[in-house]
Structures are given as C-alpha cells and as structure tokens.
Ligand binder design. Structure first.
Ligand code: CA
Length: 434
C-alpha cells in the first residue's frame, strides 16, 4: 500500500497531533528561502520541503518534468501540467517522507531539501489570473436577502436554479499576513439624503474557501460536471474583505464592485482534493427545485467536511472566536460551480481562484460575516477584552482557520490572517507617478 493511502503512516519528521500538515496532507505552496530565492514547496509538520531540491536530486525523474519547474514565484506552471503530475509529485513526496524511507538517514540530502518553517516565508502560492466569487451558502444568501431586501422573499428567483457568482478582481488577492487598509468610498444609508465620501464605517470579513483550478479541458468546450473535479487543483481559506456601507449603496443592479475589491486574503498552502478524499460528505438536498440536467450531481460525497473558525484579536489582546462554521453547508458544490462557470464556453485557466461565497451555517454562532453575526450592527458582540464589535475596528486582526478531522487523521489548511489598518490618507491633489 502507498504510504499516503494509510491514514496511520507517520512521517519521520515530527508532526504534533494538532498540526494541519501530517504526511497525508502534502499541500503545495511557494516559499521565499533565507537566501531570497523563491521555490515551490510542500510542508510536513513545521518543515517546508523544497520541490526544486527534490527535482535536482532526481526524485521526480520518472515524471519527466520541465527543467526549473519549481524555481518559480508561483505554482501556475506546475498546476498547468495537470492532475496526473500533481498526483505523481504528491505520491513521491509521501513515499520519501514516510517513516523508514531511505531518505530518513540521508542527512546530506535532507539538508538541501528541508527548511524550518520559521526560516522561510510562505507567500501567495499562485498568480491568480481570474477570480470569481460565488454566493453558494443558502443560509448566507437568505440572511443577506432578509437584511437588504425582504425577509419573505430573501432568495431571488434564480438562486435555487444556478450557482450565483460574479467576476472579482485578481489584482488585490493578497497573501496571509499582509495588512489591509480601511477603504475609502461612497456610502449612503437608506435614510440619508445624499451619498457621502470617506473611509468605510462597516468593514467586514467573509469566511470563505476557494478552489484553485487547473487548466480547462482539451477536446471539449465546457467542463461536464462529472469531470469537474479533474480540473480542481486544491483548496485554500479565503477572507473576502467587504465594506458593507459601500456595498449597500453600489450593488444594484450589477452586484459588488468597490466594496469587495480592495483586498481578498488567502492562506498559503493549497490542499489537494486527494488529501481531502477521506472527508467528503453529502451536499444539502436539491429537490425543490431540481437543478437542470447539466448541474445534476449525486449529493453523496459532493461536499467536504471542513471545520472552520474565525477569530478577532484587538491590538495587544488575545483573540475571541466569533464564528464556528463548516464548508459542508454549501448548497452548490464546487463541481456544480465549475460546470456552471464553463457551460457557456468560458475558458478556465491554471491558477484561477473560485471563492465559495460566505460560509454560514444554520445558527447564529455559525454565521460567516459580522453583517450576519451582528445583524448589520444592530446586535453588537463582546470580545474577551470587554470591548464590543459591530464590524471590524482599526488594528483588529482577523484570523480564519480550517481543518478536517476523522478517525485520528487531521488534515488542515493552516490559517489566513490579516490586520485591518486605518485608512490611508486620501489626497485629492496627489499626482500619478506616470
Ligand atoms: Ca464573498
């Protein structure tokens, strides 16, 4: 049996029981090494595995990979080689790092391959070409529709028939740890006589996961639902930073615009669908109405059971968990989203990022945004330092974590974290450097 097929096979590297990165995970990312060189990497416990070093040592020879594939600032070229290559690389790393492998006693080679995680920086793992954000949680769509429109008709007529989404902005997808500045914009409450300009007063997080795609198919113009997962490289945690006051004024009729594109933070390690296979679970039933045939899918195993948490830490204070949710609540699965996205012939490329939409569960403790948790600020929550929050305050750090756990096996995503900094000075007389 291959070591990755056995949830009990340990690595010879130390992995604590609370680690998200046992031998069975083998996620993919990009690290900046202490010498300033960027390489594609994986991670076991608290050790980053340099994929370029493995290639130079000949461990990937059987896969006949292009020279220099892993000396890159992004995983895109590797991702575009397709699923057989992703699987091959992951299996080779799994065999090399299983306890008792030949590599275990080869200190000289291990010195070239391994980097302590605190000596490297895990950076943005992909160059995102196109970013799409869905709206696939029924609970979230119902909550937002109730607040912004009408509680009796919270879901718009299309919602149960297709995975609603919009094209986002890839230029402001940022790595975990990079600070976010409170955005300026136009806002106008329903009772205000006219819009005003200034820093947003309602900066919020959105708890999401996102899948990173491989290249679209060769030989068929759209991705059939049964083959959609062949084109999904893996998943990350995503915080879709949102300015609710800007959003409420601008979003009719074309949807979110400047309220959403000032920052989108993602976690650095992309966890593959193969690593998540033991945690697949049923999707909510879709019987009233049934989707059209091109979106029909067996609900068994369509979703993934990922425990998710969001915390807020005011500057200099410990964090308070404000949301506990689960990725399994999504009404529309990833395969349905990708099949729908490409059904018109829209090209899907390696490194595209598809956000799930806010992942809210059925009860208040599982709502995935402050908008829902505090019901648009009407019911503020208390943090452990005694302060109250309706939305995110300057210098608060928002951290999202996610992991799967079953039968003693824990596979996780690490975290995506960012601090909200005060609005940058806005100077109308400043001139462009061009
Ligand atoms: Ca969103």
């Amino acid at each position: 049996m291959h070591p990755l097929s056995d949830p009990k096979t340990p690595s010879f590297l130390p992995v604590s029981e609370h680690s998200d990165f046992p031998l069975q995970n083998i996620p993919f990312g990009v690290i900046e090494r202490p010498d300033g060189i960027y390489v594609c990497a994986s991670r076991i416990g608290d050790v980053a595995i340099d994929l370029n070093a493995l290639q130079q040592l000949g461990y990937f020879d059987e896969l006949e990979l292009p020279e220099g594939l892993f000396v890159q600032e992004a995983l895109n070229e590797f991702i575009s080689l397709g699923r057989p290559v992703w699987r091959g690389v992951r299996q080779i790393i799994g065999a090399l790092y299983a306890q008792g492998s030949k590599l275990e006693g080869n200190g000289k080679q291990r010195e070239e391959i391994e980097w302590p995680i605190d000596q490297v920086e895990a950076v943005l793992p992909v160059l995102v070409g196109d970013y799409t954000d869905f709206y696939a949680s029924r609970e979230h769509a119902t909550n937002v529709g109730s607040m912004f429109r009408d509680p009796d008709n919270a879901l718009l007529p299309n919602w149960l028939h297709l995975p609603v989404g919009y094209h986002g902005r890839s230029s402001t997808i940022i790595e975990s740890g990079m600070p976010v500045h409170r955005p300026h914009g136009q806002r106008k409450g329903p009772q205000d006589p006219a819009p005003v300009f200034g820093p947003s007063l309602k900066v919020d997080f959105e708890l999401e996961m996102a899948f990173i795609t491989g290249d679209g198919p060769v030989g068929y113009s759209s991705i059939p639902i049964a083959r959609a997962e062949e084109h999904i490289f893996g998943l990350v945690l995503l915080n879709d930073w949102s300015a609710r006051d800007i959003q409420q004024w601008e979003y009719v009729p074309l949807g979110p615009f400047l309220a959403k594109n000032f920052a989108t933070s993602i976690s650095p390690w992309i966890v593959t669908l193969d690593a998540l296979a033991p945690f697949r679970t049923e999707r909510p039933a879709q019987e009233d109405p049934s989707p059209l045939p091109y979106l029909q899918q067996d609900p068994a195993g369509a979703n993934v059971d990922v425990h998710l948490e969001v915390s807020i830490a005011p500057e200099g204070h410990p964090e308070t968990v404000v949301c506990v949710s689960n990725f399994k609540h999504m009404y529309w699965s990833m395969a349905q989203q990708l099949a729908h996205h490409s059904i018109n012939g829209c090209l899907i490329n390696a490194g595209d990022c598809m956000g799930s939409g806010t992942i809210s569960g059925p009860d208040k403790g599982s709502f995935g945004s402050m908008l829902e948790i505090t019901w648009n600020g009407k019911e503020p929550i208390s943090l452990s330092d005694g302060s109250e929050r309706s939305f995110i305050e300057d210098n608060d750090t928002v951290t999202m974590r996610g992991y799967c756990k079953k039968d003693g096996l824990r596979i996780g995503f690490g975290e995506v974290s960012a601090t909200l900094k005060p609005a940058l000075p806005w100077n109308p007389s400043s001139t462009s450097k061009n």
